[in-house]
Design a protein around this ligand. Structure first.
Ligand SMILES: Nc1ncnc2c1ncn2[C@@H]1O[C@H](COP(=O)(O)OP(=O)(O)OP(=O)(O)O)[C@@H](O)[C@H]1O
Ligand SMILES: [Mg+2]
Length: 252
């Protein structure tokens, strides 16, 4: 076989990781007079690396995340009262294995969604099946879906290892059908011991008001908080800081 035929065979065998680096590895082996086994091992590693990164990419796409946020670029000095060690504890992802939850509650613009998204992204890198949902928007579209679509959506929110419900009750009162959906999600995931992270700027004492049913709020919170990290985000809005710095640099 010549080089072109070898590359064709590799693609037919779906060894595109090897195909991509083959010419470099051939050059490298000749330059270093490398033993065959060493070259072969390097090529296998290329294939493994490519497959792993494809899987990670697929998990990221499935997660519904649109940003790859990290805690590395988070400014902990801006709001010094944030529960920093609890955030890093979440970032270790131990809670997912334990089937525990996290409630991140606090003031607007303090970084609740940022932390939740960073944890969710980290979970995709670690191989977990993650679903990130902007709660109010998704819950509203659930209400408009057909019965079959609703069943599919519910399944997609029950099955993953980690579900993130971001900005819950942003629009305050949610529809009855959305409240029942939240109840179904929490009850089923609780039974299956699957982790949920919720962010909200509404304190839990008011959830009954936003759900339109105090008893329902109690049954939801009872299960959520059974195994749960409570993170309170006190502080000023980073959005306002960013807006202020934009105004400062705008020429008059
Ligand atoms: N301490 C911080 N360091 C760096 N960026 C931050 C920090 N806090 C917030 N941000 C950024 O500010 C913006 C708003 O933060 P985020 O959306 O996480 O706030 P939130 O607490 O979820 O607010 P809301 O209650 O309105 O949903 C985001 O772009 C986020 O990345
Ligand atoms: Mg938010």
């Amino acid at each position: 076989m010549n080089m072109i035929e070898i590359e064709r065979a590799l693609r037919e065998l779906r060894l595109s990781g090897i195909a991509e680096t083959l010419s470099t590895r051939v050059m490298q082996a000749q330059a270093a007079q490398q033993p065959f086994l060493e070259t072969f091992a390097t090529m296998l590693q290329d294939e493994l690396d490519r497959r792993r990164s494809l899987l990670t990419e697929r998990r990221f796409k499935r997660s519904g995340l649109t940003e790859r946020l990290s805690l590395a670029d988070f400014d902990w000095c801006f709001n010094p009262k944030l529960p920093r060690s609890a955030c890093f504890e979440l970032h270790t992802l131990k809670f997912i294995g334990e089937g525990a939850n996290a409630l991140i509650i606090g003031k607007p613009g303090t970084g609740k969604s940022h932390v939740a998204k960073a944890v969710a992204y980290q979970a995709t890198l670690a191989g977990y099946d993650v679903r990130y949902v902007e709660a109010d928007t998704e819950f509203a579209s659930y209400g408009l879906a057909s019965t079959q679509e609703q069943a599919e959506k519910l399944k997609a929110w029950i099955e993953p290892d980690l579900l993130v419900l971001d900005d819950l009750f942003l629009a305050r009162r949610i529809a009855d059908v959305s409240a029942e959906l939240l109840q179904a999600i929490v009850h089923q995931r609780y039974k299956l011991r699957r982790a949920i992270v919720i962010t909200s700027n509404r304190v839990v004492q008011d959830w009954g008001k936003y759900l339109g049913d105090a008893t329902m709020a109690t049954t939801i919170l009872d299960r959520l908080m059974h195994r749960c990290a409570m993170l309170e985000f006190e502080g000023k809005s980073y959005r306002l800081k960013e807006a202020a710095s934009r105004i400062a640099v705008t020429p008059v």
